[in-house]
Each structure stands twice: as structure tokens, then as C-alpha cells.
Design a protein. Structure first.
Length: 301
């Protein structure tokens, strides 16, 4: 680049695409901080590139962001000696529950559920890239193939394999916020009242609770996966003392709970609701990751 004016023009063009690039990186990585880092790395690569040779800036940026994320996923996989811990919960995108406006509705429409992000974590890095870029952002296989160093036909197979995994493992979910709210309010009331039977009634018999408390938290508050309505209800009652500070929020576009007492955030819970009951609960209570979420103070009131 030559000159401040050119740099400012390039920066403005890049900023126009930042939202989409962040969305790509978040779906690839499941981490908000890593997604921001990947987008910033894409900007650095753009400043070192002859932009005159870029015919489609949006496509170029999306593909480069995908490549940056793929490198991060591959290094993450190489460092990991064991399979992904089944207690892992991706970073939730948390927003206050306010009257819907067009911008909020647009954000919600573009959101990706925690349940899907959990499934994406089970894919191989190349599968995840092919699926995210093609199925979620309509990037042609011809453009994805060089990134994964495969032919377009082989890249199509990657996406197809990932699609089958995603469709087979992602739970069905109620999308109506009003019906989600009825179920969550019943869950909160039963938790606050210590009503075990009412909790069991609002949970699917095969409900799955996934708690990610991070590596440093041990004991009863540590990471765990719990199955079954009775066991999950008992777990909810164990922590019912936190119920008074829990508030309804939007978690990845669906209703969830943020527990944000005055001394700092305690947890964020996303849920999957189907047929009037909770089928999955995803709780992030890792203190370090919660601090990075920057939960608004308004969520404590």
C-alpha cells in the first residue's frame, strides 16, 4: 500500500466485511477471542497483499480467514493428546433480552446455536472448513479446494461427510422465543422453589447437561456431563442458591440464563428446547473464559 489515503480506503473496505469474517471465524473456532485474532490476522495478510490483484475482495477475505482458522484448528488438534473433552462448551454469544428491533432480529437470524457448535467441534479441521465455508457461507468448492489441498470433488466429499455428521448429531429445537420462555421460566421457578418434581417435569427424560468449568475448578462445581432428568434435576437443586441472580438473556439467538451476581459472572447457560421440555443444557462456568466474554452489567438486573 502507498500512502495514508490508500490505507484508509483499504481499512474501510475491510471493516465492511468484518462482521462476516468474525462469523466465519467463530463457527470455525468456537472461541470469540480466537475469532477476533483470526480476523486481525486476515487484516495483516491483506495489508501485505497486492490488492489490485484481488478480483473479489469479500471472497478473498472469507477464504483467507478460513485458512487462518484451519491452521489454528490443525495446531490445536496436534497439541491435543486426547480427543476433545466431552464437557467442552463453546464461547456463548450473550445479549440482553430487550424488545426485538430489526438489528437484533438480523443478529438472531445469523446466529449459530451452541448445540451446532458442539457438533462442529467433533469434525476434523478440513471437514469443518469445507462445511462452514460451503454450507454456511456459500463459498464454491473450487475456492475451498486449494485451502485444504484437495480437488474440488474431494472437497465436496469432505463437506458431505461433515453434513451427515451434523445432521445426525444436532438435536431438533424449538425456535419460537415465546415457547422457549415458558419452559425456561418454569425451570427457573422450580429451581428457586427447590421443587424436584417440577424440575423433572420440565426436563426431557433423556436430557443431557454439559458443564464446562475449565481446568482449574474441581469438585462438585467442576466440569461434567450428566444424563437423565432425575440426575440433572438433582444437580440443578444443588446449585439452586444461585437461582435468584439468574436472568433470562439471549444465548446464541435463543433464550438462556446468565448468572451475574454483583461479585462477577458465575455462569451462562444455553438450552435446547423441544416439545415443551429441555433436552440439552450447556453451562459455561469457567471463570477465565467468562471474564473474556465481557457480560454487560445490565444482565445483573
Amino acid at each position: 500500500m502507498t500512502g495514508t489515503a490508500d490505507e484508509e480506503t483499504l481499512a474501510r473496505r475491510f471493516e465492511a466485511h468484518r462482521g462476516q469474517l468474525r462469523a466465519v471465524a467463530y463457527r470455525m473456532l468456537g472461541s470469540l477471542t480466537e475469532a477476533e485474532d483470526a480476523v486481525q490476522e486476515t487484516w495483516f495478510k491483506l495489508t501485505r497483499t497486492d490488492t489490485a490483484a484481488i478480483g473479489n475482495l469479500a471472497g478473498w477475505l472469507t477464504t483467507v480467514t478460513g485458512r487462518v482458522c484451519l491452521d489454528l484448528l490443525r495446531s490445536r488438534t496436534a497439541r491435543r493428546e486426547e480427543p476433545m473433552d466431552e464437557t467442552f462448551v463453546p464461547d456463548p454469544v450473550v445479549r440482553p433480552l430487550t424488545p426485538a428491533d430489526p438489528e437484533q432480529e438480523a443478529l438472531r437470524g445469523d446466529s449459530v446455536g451452541l448445540a451446532l457448535l458442539v457438533v462442529l467441534e467433533t469434525l476434523e479441521p478440513d471437514e469443518r472448513l469445507a462445511f462452514v465455508l460451503h454450507d454456511m457461507f456459500a463459498v464454491p468448492f473450487d475456492d475451498i479446494a486449494p485451502v485444504v489441498e484437495r480437488t474440488p470433488a474431494a472437497t465436496r466429499q469432505l463437506a458431505s461427510r461433515a453434513r451427515r455428521r451434523v445432521q445426525g448429531a444436532t438435536p431438533s429445537a424449538e425456535t419460537d422465543l415465546g415457547r422457549q420462555r415458558e419452559v425456561l421460566e418454569a425451570f427457573m421457578a422450580a429451581s428457586r422453589g427447590g421443587d424436584f418434581d417440577a424440575l423433572v417435569a420440565v426436563l426431557h427424560p433423556d436430557v443431557v447437561l454439559r458443564v464446562d468449568a475449565g481446568a482449574l475448578v474441581r469438585g462438585a462445581a467442576g466440569s461434567k456431563v450428566v444424563h437423565g432428568a432425575g440426575t440433572v434435576a438433582a444437580q440443578a437443586l444443588t446449585f439452586s442458591r444461585y437461582a435468584p441472580t439468574a436472568r433470562l438473556v439471549l444465548v446464541n439467538g435463543a433464550l438462556g440464563l446468565a448468572n451475574t451476581p454483583e461479585q462477577g459472572p458465575h455462569s451462562v447457560m444455553g438450552v435446547t428446547v423441544a416439545d415443551g421440555r429441555i433436552t440439552h443444557l450447556y453451562i459455561l462456568s469457567d471463570p477465565e473464559r467468562l471474564d473474556h466474554l465481557g457480560l454487560p452489567a445490565a444482565m445483573s438486573g
